[in-house]
Unconditional design. Structure first.
Length: 468
């Protein structure tokens, strides 16, 4: 079989997912992600390693920007085929890619003003990486399919999308290549979700595949379980309410915000926390929550039952999905305690900054982190215990309680990754470990070798491997 797989991103690092499969006469790209690690961001500006106009199609596993965020640039640079993804991924990608384009445009403008003021030139061009017009053109190429449908891509190649249980619409993609009576399959795992995660179904298991790409974000970690999350949230809300403070939750717009609402709703229904007001104050999270409500077909059994019995986590007594600026301002005037969920998740921008200025110096309040905080962000400074911070140009004493709940991760941990691979009934020809930190990848590859005895490899950035 004449087939080649190139590793064009998320190889010995976490972001910038992109793989190129060349088979029969076609060249396909799986994911086209933005680099977000500080020391790899320059790759966003490099020309694509494959010519965009030579690609027959792009297959997109899910809407997170580290998998989708360079698509507008790919289209601007000449790609004009279909971007195949699930319906929900298309709905969410529309929101996220337009938001990303406007951030790129704002960044370029700010940088240009700063350089003018300082009378110097920076290392990168002061142009946006891509514009809103590029994003709109890219969005017009999104070609939604359902889970389980076999998508013909031409010349004996098909793709099937399966639920990955990571975020709404997320998929693992199985590509089948047929030639001269033989067939080979490659499973691109995207990001692997978790079992018994709120709202979503469990990750799909594959009983057979010739080649498998497995992510390894948490390849050396074991997570807290869902029960611990509920208990911790209960304790934090109750103690903050007793102190008459607010719980301020910096949160990511996709999945994390909806899961926090899910847990709060469950605690309220069980009367484990008092009836308090809950605000989701993030325009993007609210729009994405609307997408969740439009796709009840993707819910797991527990979520389906909740919604059909009138207890939707997106519509419970006390919950406000903040849609207008006036509503957002009104959050400041509430009497008594409230839970305020706002973006951005690492406090790098968005309405969370305003809520922090009003709550961070009040010892009765709690700032609750529910996701990973990258080095150098305001969120990380707070988690690390800084005593004074500058927010929106003013200094603030940090007097609020700072808490973190780690168990809300959307990624499988080490044991769940092994559980996913254990679905395979016979050894694949090769497993490629991707999408992990440089220290994690070799450790996780060793762990898999020891547990399975299979051929496990960990490709470097730019490697091209022949698949037999
Ligand atoms: Zn993801």
């Amino acid at each position: 079989m004449d087939m080649q797989l190139s590793f064009l991103g998320a190889a010995h690092n976490v972001t910038g997912s992109s793989y190129c499969l060349e088979a029969n006469s076609l060249r396909l790209l799986v994911d086209c992600g933005l680099y977000q690690e500080r020391d790899l961001k320059n790759r966003n500006w490099d020309p694509f390693p494959v010519r965009p106009d030579t690609l027959a199609a792009v297959l997109l596993t899910h809407a997170h920007l580290d998998h989708s965020g360079l698509l507008p640039k790919l289209v601007r640079d000449g790609f004009s085929g279909q971007i195949v993804c699930t319906d929900a991924t298309a709905d969410i990608a529309r929101i996220m890619l337009l938001d990303s384009a406007s951030i790129q445009e704002e960044d370029a403008e700010l940088k240009s003003k700063r350089h003018q003021r300082e009378n110097r030139a920076g290392p990168y061009p002061e142009l946006p990486l891509y514009t809103t017009a590029d994003a709109n053109k890219c969005i017009s190429l999104l070609s939604p399919v359902s889970y389980g449908a076999t998508v013909p891509l031409g010349d004996g190649i098909t793709a099937t999308f399966h639920d990955a249980g990571h975020v709404l619409g997320s998929a693992m993609i199985k590509v089948a290549v047929a030639r001269e009576g033989e067939t080979r399959t490659v499973v691109f795992c995207g990001d692997i979700g978790r079992w018994n995660k709120p709202i979503l179904r469990d990750p799909t298991l594959f009983s057979e595949a010739d080649y498998v790409l497995v992510e390894s974000t948490y390849g050396t970690t074991v997570h807290e379980d869902a029960e611990t999350v509920g208990n911790r949230l209960e304790e934090i809300v109750n103690s903050t309410v007793r102190a008459r403070g607010n719980v301020v939750v910096p949160s990511f717009a996709l999945e994390r915000s909806q899961e926090v609402l899910f847990h709060l709703n469950k605690l309220l229904m069980a009367r484990r926390i008092p009836n308090i007001m809950v605000f989701l104050d993030s325009p993007m999270a609210v729009r994405i929550t609307d997408v969740f409500e439009r796709h009840p077909d993707l819910y797991d059994r527990d979520m389906t039952q909740l919604v059909s019995s009138g207890h939707s986590p997106f519509d419970f007594p006390g919950l406000t999905l903040v849609r207008t600026r006036e509503q957002s301002k009104a959050v400041n005037n509430i009497a008594g305690s409230a839970v305020i969920i706002a973006g951005s998740g690492m406090c790098t921008g968005g309405r969370i900054k305003h809520h922090l200025t009003r709550n961070i110096s009040r010892p009765e309040c709690t700032i609750l982190f529910v996701g990973y905080q990258a080095a150098g962000t305001l969120g990380r400074l707070l988690v690390d215990g800084i005593s004074e911070v500058r927010i929106l140009g003013e200094q603030y004493q940090v007097k609020a309680r700072i808490e973190t709940i780690n168990g809300l991760s959307a990624h499988a941990d080490r044991d769940e990754l092994l559980r996913w691979l254990s679905g395979l009934k016979k050894p694949p020809r090769q497993v490629f470990v991707v999408h992990g930190e440089p220290e994690t990848i070799p450790q996780f590859a060793d762990f898999l070798r020891e547990k399975t005895g299979w051929k496990i490899s960990a490709p470097e950035y730019g490697d091209k491997v022949a698949l037999e």
